[in-house]
Design a protein around this ligand. Structure first.
Ligand SMILES: [Cu+2]
Length: 154
């Protein structure tokens, strides 16, 4: 009786350790970005502090307009690649939902969403180099001018 209780305790202890383990090794930085019907993001800068190994980016469309009219996404790339990606985003032969497919310049992206929707993307911080010149932007046609900002990697 005692030993079976012990083994139940042991199993639950090991299960708890197993569940805890990923959070002990991976430190996830949570970033939140909101897009609106006014064609704006609520932030001009996303900062990833040094101590994190992983990043979780949550994009929320706080407006009401549908995806086809006021769709938003987030693409993160080197600042020097942004205009080229934005151009390809409008080419239906290269892009799907305004996201160029199999494009090595795109380091991180969410899907395209409409009002009331949200999308989350998680990625290894190591896809970005500390101190690199990165930007984020929305690749929906015409949104780059209003919807862009810097990604600062510490
Ligand atoms: Cu947009």
């Amino acid at each position: 009786m005692l030993s079976s209780r012990m083994s139940v305790l042991t199993v639950s202890f090991l299960a708890a350790l197993f569940l805890l383990a990923p959070s002990l090794y991976a430190k996830t930085c949570e970033l939140a970005l909101q897009g609106s019907d006014q064609m704006k993001f609520d932030k001009k800068e996303l900062v990833i502090p040094k101590e994190f190994s992983d990043v979780k980016l949550v994009l929320k469309h706080v407006g009401k307009m549908p995806k086809a009219v006021m769709g938003h996404n987030v693409i993160i790339a080197k600042t020097s690649d942004i205009s080229g990606i934005a151009a390809d985003a409008m080419n239906p032969k290269k892009a799907k939902d305004y996201i160029p497919q199999n494009d090595q310049r795109i380091l991180v992206h969410t899907k395209l969403i409409g009002g009331g929707e949200s999308d989350t993307v998680t990625f290894k911080k190591s896809v970005l180099k500390a101190g690199g010149d990165y930007s984020f932007f929305c690749s929906f046609p015409g949104h780059l001018g209003m919807m862009t900002g810097k990604v600062v990697v510490k």
